[in-house]
Ligand binder design. Structure first.
Ligand SMILES: NC(=O)c1ccc[n+]([C@@H]2O[C@H](COP(=O)([O-])OP(=O)(O)OC[C@H]3O[C@@H](n4cnc5c(N)ncnc54)[C@H](O)[C@@H]3O)[C@@H](O)[C@H]2O)c1
Length: 264
């Protein structure tokens, strides 16, 4: 039997990963570059992106830092133009930037019935408009090249709801619906689009929630796998969806959640 090729190989591919200055996005950037891809490391905070580029360069990978606020279309368009002029193409977009945006402390978190539309803006701006902006910016070149894989990190909150995170859940569910539609229109151009729905994963954004052993014990009761997620758990799935290993996979939402939710 002939030997099976390394179908996760990303050599010659160029990926943009948003919000890659820390947490899940950083690990996705490290995974894609470890498998040979050139990576545009985006973050709102340039110093974070630069630090990840330095990590990638340390093991001989190719990467560049790209500051942009994904919720701002002009900022995103400039980033994509620069990426294309630096690397010649974009094959993969990972819409990872999310949560409450670049400054979570500025977001008010009262009951939904006390909130106003202005309170919803940061959630929708990064988790929904950010995904639309980045996808809109990369699609013309993907359509022209007749190839592309777009992956959006959503949350189980978007699939099952989360009390207190109503707007976040709406934005994440919207982003997954958008991916399904991009899969439908993109198919004939060789473009695939999928979402990855994650649950409690240890990152700088969530670290403090896992410090309290009693709280952790209660959390783990909801996870049949017996542990919370690590960024690498998510990056493994993203690498699969970015690579040719998933060439017949599009329009799906994959839970990577230790069994926090499951069903048919
Ligand atoms: N960590 C979890 O438990 C968890 C659970 C469900 C879903 N998620 C999703 O996973 C993704 C990554 O989460 P994380 O925990 O690694 O977050 P994180 O806060 O640790 O890292 C996110 C990075 O994105 C950057 N960022 C935020 N807003 C941005 C913007 N507008 N433009 C550019 N960069 C921006 C931040 O500066 C930060 O470096 C998010 O989409 C989040 O909603 C995380």
């Amino acid at each position: 039997m002939p030997r099976v090729e390394n179908i996760l190989d990303m050599s010659g591919r160029v990926a943009i990963v948003t919000g890659a200055g820390q947490g899940v996005g950083r690990q996705i950037a490290l995974h894609l570059s470890s498998y040979g891809g050139a990576v545009v490391v985006n973050d709102y905070y340039h110093d974070r992106a630069q630090a990840v580029v330095a990590e990638i360069e340390e093991f001989g990978g190719r990467a560049t830092a790209a500051q942009a606020d994904v919720s701002d279309f002009t900022s995103v368009s400039t980033m994509v133009e620069k990426a294309i002029s630096a690397f010649g193409r974009v094959d993969v977009l990972v819409n990872n930037a999310g949560n409450a945006g670049a400054d979570p402390t500025a977001v008010s978190r009262g009951p939904f019935w006390e909130s106003l539309p202005a309170d919803w803006t940061p959630w929708l701006g990064v988790n929904l408009f950010g995904v639309l902006n980045c996808t809109r910016a990369v699609l013309p070149s993907m359509v022209q090249n007749r190839t592309g894989s777009i992956i959006t990190i959503i949350s189980d909150a978007g699939r099952y709801g989360d009390a207190g995170l109503e707007v976040y859940a709406a934005a994440k569910a919207g982003a997954a619906g958008f991916m399904r539609s991009v899969a439908r229109t993109g198919g004939r151009y060789g473009i695939r689009a999928n979402a990855v729905a994650i649950a409690a994963t240890r990152t700088p954004a969530t670290e403090s929630a896992f410090d309290d052993p009693e709280r952790m014990r209660k959390t783990l009761r909801m996870y049949p796998a017996g542990r919370i997620g690590e960024p690498a758990d998510v990056a493994n799935m993203v690498l699969f969806l970015a690579s040719d290993a998933s060439s017949w996979v599009t329009g799906q939402t994959y839970p990577v959640n230790g069994g926090f939710t499951f069903g048919l």
